[in-house]
Design a protein around this ligand. Structure first.
Ligand code: TEU
Ligand code: CA
Length: 575
């Protein structure tokens, strides 16, 4: 009798551990109120003087991040890679690239994060591998190789690709393979062959790899170009006249026929068994389809992030067009309307694929004011905020002089395209100086010493922005009025204020072209955010008259009635 009750007790205990874990991914999941900080490890901190950031460098700077007030850290890929796309071309998903360190360095980094109660989100590149991955090395040998079907092949004649599919980095998405007498698909560089998710064996390999990292204690996944994993196997030509990349690719390689089936399977087999945060890189995901990924009953992903606001001042990411704040407001309001009360939203102003947000949506003429206004927007909009490394100290775009100063494969591809269109080399560099991904990748500016304290080696892999003498973490931490200290304040405010984390949001001046004025309410508390998104001084007429308000945060010394100075940002509590 005793034995039996002991057994039942153990079974109950086990059950509650297992189910307790699962339940966390439901209603009160930790990640719904978190703030994510993104690290691009190549550019964060070099610990061994080879000029390239690494995992030990990250570990050295965890206190810096803790001190800033962020808990969840997403690190861009650090897996074994030939670095054709700086790590987004993975040749071994379960190994650390020697440039970034060793598995022991990873384990130590994770241990140190956990000590500080930080969560680690790693970057999964599930759509493609490197051509140097063992699977592809096998796959390309012959048509009957057991790994052949891990990739996507199509017959054709050498020199004439099977259809008109385009790639992000090269004109055609097809590359000829001599040994098999066929083409393989690569939507990114030819060193990034697309994996064949229609093959159940490949899917199981990916799930196994995900479990490997979860079992190590990783608590989140950012999933690179996740809407790309299912392709239309009739291989229809793309309608290139649609202009916008996301429209050209839709249904054919983006949000293809079986994508949701695979996401549901992944959830069933892996994600549902762990307390794990997921964010899909939602290339091509619009408000029309987002809920298919993130509505809880769909059992797919926790969140996705979209590109809609990245399009408002660019054609297909690369050709600049003028930025207007009203367009940013419209995108943000549209997404909030669809997700509010249904599923958590996400929001970022920059990442490793984008120019610096201060240079883009703020102004280098008003670096402090505009970066603080953008931070106010980032942390008070109704979404999980993603901070990109360096934004908290006001890092700006670097002025590249010639094409040789760029590193990024996409900058080099775009440069060639611009020249073919008849642009001069100077004009091409001028365009890249607005849009290049390398702006986000210049080394983090830690202090005013050599290489901005990023590395003590002879040279850094990408040039350091010469403004490091004034723009650096050390001086920012010492200056009470710095962007960094404003981040700390607003992060602390957000942390203790549920209304700012998950409260409903309402734009109370939607048609105003320059001022964003909105409320955040959770039933108990109400906050009112007013942002001058321009460098003009504005005599503002609030659209509502609140009888009692208390100013809780401001990016200037004192508020002057309703004269909003350039990029002025205010948060009021309404009583
Ligand atoms: O980005 C996907 C993607 O759509 C980008 O290539 C985008 O088109 C471009 O950066 C805009 O300038 C992800 C990663 O974030 C990126 O770094 C990788 O290069 C890409 O996937 C391939 O893995
Ligand atoms: Ca290094």
């Amino acid at each position: 009798m005793k034995k039996i009750s002991l057994l039942i007790f153990c079974a109950l205990l086990l059950g509650s551990v297992v189910f307790g874990q699962k339940n966390q991914s439901a209603k009160n999941a930790w990640w719904k109120s978190t703030v994510v900080y993104q690290i691009y490890p190549r550019s964060f901190k070099d610990s061994n003087g080879d000029g390239i950031g690494d995992l030990q460098g990250v570990t050295q700077r965890l206190d810096y991040l803790k001190n800033l007030g962020v808990e969840t850290i997403w690190i861009s890929p650090f897996f074994k890679s030939p670095m054709d796309d700086n790590g987004y071309d993975v040749s071994d998903y379960e190994a650390i690239d020697p440039l970034f360190g060793t598995m022991a360095d990873f384990d130590e980094m994770l241990r140190e994060m956990k000590k500080r109660r930080m969560k680690l989100v790693i970057d999964l590149v599930l759509n493609h591998s490197s051509d140097e991955h063992r699977w592809f090395q096998e796959a390309r040998k012959s048509r009957d190789n057991p790994y052949h079907d891990y990739y996507i092949w199509k017959d054709g004649v050498k020199g004439t690709p099977p259809n008109n599919w385009i790639s992000f980095f090269t004109p055609s998405a097809w590359e000829w393979n001599e040994a098999t007498g066929s083409y393989y698909l690569h939507l990114f560089s030819k060193k990034q062959p697309d994996l064949n998710w229609d093959n159940p064996k490949l899917r199981q390999e990916m799930y196994k790899m995900m479990r490997f990292w979860l079992d190590k204690g990783v608590e989140g996944f950012r999933m690179d170009v996740i809407p790309f994993i299912s392709k239309d196997r009739n291989f229809p030509d793309m309608d290139l006249s649609k202009g916008e990349l996301s429209k050209i690719l839709k249904g054919i390689v983006v949000e293809g026929p079986r994508m949701h089936e695979y996401l549901q399977e992944m959830n069933r087999e892996v994600l549902s068994k762990y307390d794990v945060y997921t964010v899909g890189e939602g290339f091509g995901v619009g408000v029309e389809t987002v809920l298919d990924y993130v509505a809880p009953e769909r059992k797919e992903l926790g969140t996705v992030y979209h590109f809609d606001h990245m399009d408002i001042d660019r054609e297909n990411f690369i050709a600049p067009k003028p930025y207007q704040p009203i367009n940013l407001k419209r995108v943000l309001n549209r997404w909030n309307a669809v997700l509010q009360n249904k599923a958590p939203n996400t929001f970022y102003l920059g990442n490793h694929d984008q120019a610096r947000s201060l240079s883009r949506f703020g102004s280098e003429k008003y670096p402090k004011e505009s970066a603080k206004m953008l931070a106010t927007l980032l942390f008070t909009y109704n979404a999980i905020p993603f901070v990109y490394q360096g934004d908290e100290i006001g890092m700006t775009n670097y002025k590249f002089k010639t094409i040789d100063e760029f590193n990024d494969i996409s900058a080099k591809g775009a440069y060639q395209t611009f020249l073919q269109r008849g642009l001069s080399p100077e004009k091409a560099v001028e365009m890249l100086n607005v849009t290049s991904r390398d702006h986000a990748r210049t080394p983090f500016q830690w202090d005013d010493t050599k290489h901005a304290g990023f590395s003590n080696g002879a040279a850094t892999w990408l040039k350091v922005n010469p403004n490091f003498a004034t723009v650096n973490a050390k001086s920012a931490q010492a200056d009470a009025d710095s962007i960094w200290n404003f981040y700390r304040q607003i992060l602390a405010l957000r942390k203790k204020t549920p209304a700012l984390q998950i409260g409903a949001m309402e734009d109370i001046d939607a048609e105003n072209p320059s001022v964003y004025s909105y409320l955040r309410t959770d039933g108990k508390n109400q906050f009112w955010v007013v942002l001058n998104m321009t460098e003009q001084t504005i005599d503002y007429k609030p659209t509502r008259d609140f009888s009692k308000t208390k100013l809780v945060l401001l990016n200037y010394k004192a508020a002057k009635n309703w004269t909003l100075r350039p990029f002025e940002a205010r948060i009021y509590q309404i009583r």
